[in-house]
Design a protein around this ligand. Structure first.
Ligand SMILES: [Cu+2]
Length: 145
């Protein structure tokens, strides 16, 4: 019987520690935020260019991004944004939509997550590995909520 009381006490300590951390100790840059701003963003995999357009996206931390990802190619691509747990297939000649909240400040890459070949465009050789871009997340002007 006594060991259950000890277990319970440990459990309470762990939970209380977590609550205290979340409220008082968590670094400002890691606090969950929501600006309430919803940004519609379109990312296009340009036909036979092995390029995402745009290659740079600027947002504020706490924004909700509603992404429309268009694949103009007759072969599959994908889009991965590791920092925000995004990995989506972009099937040939299709449009997908997904959304997420940018919870962290900084520069985060997005990239093609499906091997998609290579080719020459305007005298430039481009490949699957050139399909990268970045999301620049600034601190929200309005601060945390
Ligand atoms: Cu690719």
């Amino acid at each position: 019987m006594n060991k259950y009381i000890i277990l319970f006490g440990v459990l309470i300590l762990v939970v209380a520690g977590g609550v205290i951390y979340r409220i008082f100790l968590i670094p400002e840059s890691s606090k969950p935020v929501s600006t309430g701003v919803v940004r519609e963003i379109t990312i296009v995999a340009k036909k036979d260019e092995w390029r995402f357009m745009p290659e740079a996206i600027e947002v504020e931390r706490g924004d909700t991004l509603v992404v429309t990802a268009v694949n103009e190619d007759s072969y599959d691509h994908g889009i991965g944004i590791d920092a925000f747990g995004i990995s989506q297939k972009m099937p040939a000649n299709s449009t997908i939509r997904f959304e997420f909240v940018v919870t962290q400040e900084g520069d985060f890459p997005f990239y093609c997550s499906v091997p998609c070949g290579e080719g020459d465009i305007n005298g430039m050789h481009r490949t699957h590995f050139d399909m990268i871009g970045k999301i620049q997340v600034h601190s929200a002007v309005s601060g945390t909520q």
